[in-house]
Design a protein. Structure first.
Length: 305
């Protein structure tokens, strides 16, 4: 039992009274007597030890604490109502899986393939929310996570779905204006171009430079930084510079020529995309079904020899 939470009925009555700034109108809305509303609000104030209303003659006015608390209560009551309606809407439909995902993989790879899973398992609804940093499942509403990393998160069960594969320098063809079509840019020419960085991988270009014999080259740290792969891809397409991006996420851009590889010197690592769930979810049939389906469609990534 959560002893710090007031009675839900009292909160609903307080929210109505705060919205109307009237005990009488709140009573009419809730089909209660005015005295019942007054008693519930007084009991709530006593429990909180804070005045929520000022009684001014025959009027009531919210205090500063009352106004702030009313906004929070209204937000949470709306959330409870929404969650309840969503649950009721799922009667006879099946199970909902709440999945935390990294944004570019979700938009570029997962979502275009989800119709296959819906056709296979129409009884499972997959909700996706963006998370770019690790989190604790106990502090979140998520059933599972699809993320980029080096290992399975502690306290979870899961697996690496696939390696990221080759990461290659890419840019807009406009950035190479004057170059012979199809001709590879030299290492020195590329190093002199504007470089674009991913905030979560600040050392990517330095690593690429080192692998190509340019140790401690200050040019590796110059250039704009972007938080997401999608932003980095858009910046590269806009001609703002050269970005290091996974080939697996660039199929459309490369095939249509919106992006080109100025120097084909790929870099690969051991990191990849993992699907994990807490112990209490990992054996649930809906999650197992999603995991098995994802394993069946994983791409065959290319890696540097």
């Amino acid at each position: 039992m959560r002893k710090g939470i007031p009675n839900l009925v009292a909160l609903q009555i307080f929210e109505a009274a705060a919205r109307h700034e009237s005990f009488t109108r709140a009573a009419n809305e809730l089909s209660l007597t005015q005295s019942a509303v007054c008693r519930q609000v007084a009991g709530l104030e006593n429990r909180l030890g804070v005045a929520l209303f000022l009684r001014v003659k025959k009027r009531i006015v919210l205090t500063t604490h009352g106004r702030d608390y009313a906004a929070l209560v209204r937000k949470n009551l709306d959330r409870i109502e929404r969650d309840t309606l969503e649950l009721m809407a799922q009667r006879g439909v099946g199970r909902i899986l709440e999945i935390a995902v990294v944004p570019t993989l979700a938009s570029q790879w997962l979502i275009p393939r989800l119709p296959q899973f819906r056709a296979l398992r129409p009884d499972i609804t997959v909700n996706l929310s963006i998370r770019t940093e690790p989190f604790l499942f106990s502090d979140s509403p998520f059933d599972a996570a699809l993320y980029f990393g080096d290992s399975v998160w502690p306290g979870t069960q899961g697996k690496q779905l696939f390696r990221e594969g080759n990461v290659v320098p890419v840019c807009s063809p406009s950035l190479l204006a004057g170059s012979t079509p199809g001709e590879q840019t030299s290492l020195e020419q590329l190093a002199d171009l504007p470089l674009l960085h991913l905030s979560t991988r600040p050392d990517a270009w330095r690593t690429w430079f080192r692998l190509n014999g340019l140790e401690h080259d200050v040019r590796a740290v110059r250039g704009a930084r972007y938080e997401l792969f999608t932003m980095l891809t858009s910046a590269a397409q806009a001609g703002l510079g050269v970005a290091l991006l996974p080939e697996i996420l660039l199929a459309d851009e490369l095939s249509t020529g919106r992006l080109v590889v100025p120097l084909n010197r790929p870099m690969s690592g051991k990191s990849g995309y993992y699907l994990v769930a807490p112990d209490e979810i990992a054996q649930d049939e809906p999650f197992v079904a999603l995991s098995d389906w994802l394993s069946s469609i994983v791409p065959q990534t290319k890696t540097e020899a």
